[in-house]
Design a protein around this ligand. Structure first.
Ligand code: RIB
Ligand code: CA
Length: 326
């Protein structure tokens, strides 16, 4: 029985790698992909997402346009990383398919309520790979939709490092309020959460040589697109390899044993001058004695990924997007 999944994306070179994996792997039943402003403006994200699903020959997957900007912060893109069009400026044929007429939050609500009515094996694993604006709006506007959730596995945050700033990861930094709302709502609604953060994000990598093999196979299909995406990142950073990034979060849904996780209290810093958007992962070993701590226990305790079998996930991604080519 394939596992129902929904992705929330800001496509995004590595979001594209994640969408290819989710669309092609037989263990997953990709129901919908919802879009939010992040790496690029939301309309570019929609266009890129439709293009990737065309390459994967998945016109059945619903795509919906969501929040244009974070709840409080101004929209700030990452074109310096992902290119002007947000997906590597590959000059890949754009999709002619239109997104769903509903807003992303309404699509999420409808898909989750349908899943809730379908029984345990229909529950959806929601995989946010972007600023959490859509997910926060969903859980505060339609909390009943959480009945259709199996789990939330999000790419974001970090226990130790930052990338957008010295202390904060891009997805959480750009909408810290939404990240805080999602953790709070999931705790209140009893939804299990896994954080695939920067502590593992950069480890699963594909070499430039492997990417070139994917491109040389041609065919203008998922393998060639995957190779072009990895090749763009290698060129962008002058590196011999590139991370599969967001696709690693999808790997944890397919093969959960590929990550080492600890169940830890997590808060989002909203006020700090230099630390706003940091995920404060409490790794203290207190034996449960927090009585002296003025902050008290965090409301949210989640599974934090602290280690990853990088080769296992890189191989999983490569085998899937290449149709088994090695
Ligand atoms: O910090 C990495 C995250 O920010 C990834 O999701 C990447 O696509 C960007 O959205
Ligand atoms: Ca992303």
């Amino acid at each position: 029985m394939a596992l129902p999944v929904v992705l929330d994306v800001d496509t995004g070179v590595d979001d594209a790698c994640a969408i290819l994996l989710a669309a092609l792997h037989p263990a997953l039943d990709l129901r919908a992909v919802t879009c939010v402003g992040g790496n690029a403006d939301v309309d570019s994200v929609v266009a890129n997402t439709l293009t990737v699903l065309d390459a994967a020959e998945r016109p059945d997957v619903v795509v919906a346009r969501g929040a244009e900007r974070p709840l409080l912060e101004e929209a700030v893109d990452a074109r310096h990383v992902h290119g002007q069009d947000g997906m590597g400026d590959l000059d890949w044929a754009k999709s002619t398919r239109e997104p769903d007429a509903r807003h992303a939050v309404e699509v999420l609500r409808d898909v989750l309520l349908e899943a809730a009515a379908g029984g345990e094996d229909q529950l959806v694993t929601l995989v946010p790979l972007a600023p959490l604006t859509n997910v926060a709006l969903l859980l505060r506007t339609y909390p009943e939709a959480a009945r259709g959730l199996r789990e939330v596995v999000f790419m974001g945050g970090a226990a130790h490092v930052g990338n957008a700033t010295a202390s904060a990861e891009f997805n959480v930094f750009h909408d810290p309020e939404s990240a805080a709302v999602v953790l709070d709502a999931c705790a209140a609604l009893g939804v299990r959460v896994t954080m695939y953060g920067l502590d593992v994000f950069y480890a699963p990598r594909i070499s430039k040589a492997t990417a070139a093999k994917l491109v040389s196979a041609g065919g203008h299909g998922p393998g060639e697109l995957a190779g072009r995406l990895v090749g763009f990142q290698c060129a962008r950073f002058g590196a011999d390899s590139a991370t599969i990034g967001d696709a690693g979060a999808v790997c944890t849904v397919i093969e959960p044993a590929g990550v080492r996780r600890e169940r830890l209290p997590v808060r989002v810093e909203l006020a700090g001058t230099w630390s706003r958007g940091r995920t404060i992962v409490d790794r203290r070993d207190w034996g449960g004695d927090l009585s002296h701590d003025p902050h008290g226990p965090a409301r949210s305790t989640i599974d934090v990924c602290l280690g990853v079998d990088a080769q296992r996930y890189a191989t999983l991604w490569l085998d899937t997007v290449s149709g088994g080519m090695r």
